[in-house]
Design a protein around this ligand. Structure first.
Ligand code: PLP
Length: 369
């Protein structure tokens, strides 16, 4: 099997499966219990926090959630509630994940003004961070942007953005959906008051994520219940999944050079095929979106699947629907209809890239009209 759909989800590392199952078997206590079993569970929780905060290079607090969808929803509902008097404008982008875009729509319905900044075109100067910051005014409650776009890999330097936003309005809270960049890009490009993370994009388990919150920043909880995690995320903590999340962070190797080399190989081999469009630019090297013109994405996807090569058509979240996000990056409807996303993991090899190219070449011969 050649799995090139790692932006959709990843195969859990063996070390993660072991950490999860060890904790399920031997450390199943409730972290709130006062006896030794509870204390042992709490120890794992504290260790996991330390590991993840260490990777973020940040010294705020971390709240475990059911995934980045919950983290994003918590941020976008919890900040407006906690900072009611800080303004009515929210600045974001026109290419956010639905777990940010849909809460933004709800905020608009509730009377907030949402400004969605468009990405720079491929040939334009890439001063995106400054352009976002220039939409921040005295009435801006919050900025919410993704670090790496899940469909094209487009990178926003959130450290640069954070500094520019705070210069424009020091009171504006910055939230970053860091799901696709975490462990893949250097942490020095990540700075925010709130950060959403997801374990299953880094070889952890699905249904596990976190929301980082910087010191001095507050938010209202999304869930009310037993008051776990300082009353900010009620619900018994899934120690096994949390242990797996921390293990994934510890196990994820530095793939900077590997991803750059794989990306270069894929782009160069694609350029030898007729009529291919590369849709990604300014992108994280583990993600490449391209169009095989004349062959619809779904046809190509299933043809590759027959060879046990797994890729995505646009975004896995959009279930085959033509992606509106690609249009934001200047991809024509015709090209979006033929878009394929390949996304790498530490397991990806050059042989996988060559098999993908062979598959695409054969697919073109068979289906291109
Ligand atoms: N944000 C981005 C950029 C994503 O790619 C995803 C997953 O597709 C999410 C948020 C949602 O993450 P989760 O599946 O953990 O809810």
């Amino acid at each position: 099997m050649i799995y090139l759909d790692n932006s959709a989800t990843t195969r859990p590392f063996d070390s993660v499966i072991k950490a999860v199952s060890d904790n399920m078997a031997d450390n199943f206590g409730n972290a709130s219990s006062l006896h030794r079993m509870g204390v042992n569970a709490e120890k794992v929780l504290k260790e996991a926090k330390k590991t993840i905060l260490g990777k973020l290079g940040a010294d705020g607090d971390l709240y475990f959630t059911s995934g980045a969808t919950e983290s994003n929803n918590t941020a976008l509902s919890g900040i407006p509630k906690a900072y009611k008097h800080n303004g009515k404008r929210i600045v974001s982008t026109s290419f956010e994940h639905p777990s940010v875009e849909n809460p933004l729509k709800k905020l608009e319905e509730a009377g907030y003004e949402v400004v969605r900044v468009k990405p720079p075109k491929r040939d334009e100067p890439q001063d995106f961070e400054q352009r976002i910051a220039s939409a921040v005014n005295a009435d801006t409650l919050m900025v919410s942007v993704m670090w790496v776009n899940n469909e094209t890999g487009f990178i926003t330097d959130t450290a640069k953005l954070y500094a520019a936003v705070k210069r424009a309005n020091p009171k504006t809270i910055v939230h970053v959906d860091a799901v696709q960049g975490f462990c893949k890009l250097p942490s020095k490009m990540l700075k925010a008051d709130l950060i959403s993370l997801s374990a299953h994009k880094i070889h952890g388990v699905k249904g596990m994520g976190a929301l980082y919150c910087a010191k001095g920043v507050r938010f209202e909880p999304l869930l009310y219940g037993g008051g776990q995690q300082k009353n900010l995320r009620s619900g018994t903590e899934p120690i096994d999944l949390i242990a797996g999340f921390a293990e994934a962070v510890r196990s994820y190797p530095d793939c900077t050079e590997k991803y750059a080399a794989l990306n270069e190989r894929l782009v160069s081999k694609l350029s030898e095929l007729p009529d291919i469009g590369i849709n990604s630019y300014n992108n994280a090297k583990n993600i490449l979106n391209f169009s095989v013109r004349g062959v619809r994405s779904e046809i190509m996807l299933h043809f590759l699947e027959e060879r046990e090569i797994y890729v995505s058509s646009g975004s896995a979240c959009s279930k085959g629907k033509t992606s509106g996000v690609l249009a934001e990056f200047g991809v024509s409807d015709r090209d979006a209809d033929c878009a394929i996303r390949a996304s790498f993991s530490p397991f990806t090899s050059e042989i996988d890239i060559d098999a993908l190219i062979q598959g695409i070449e054969d697919g073109i011969k068979r289906f291109r009209r």
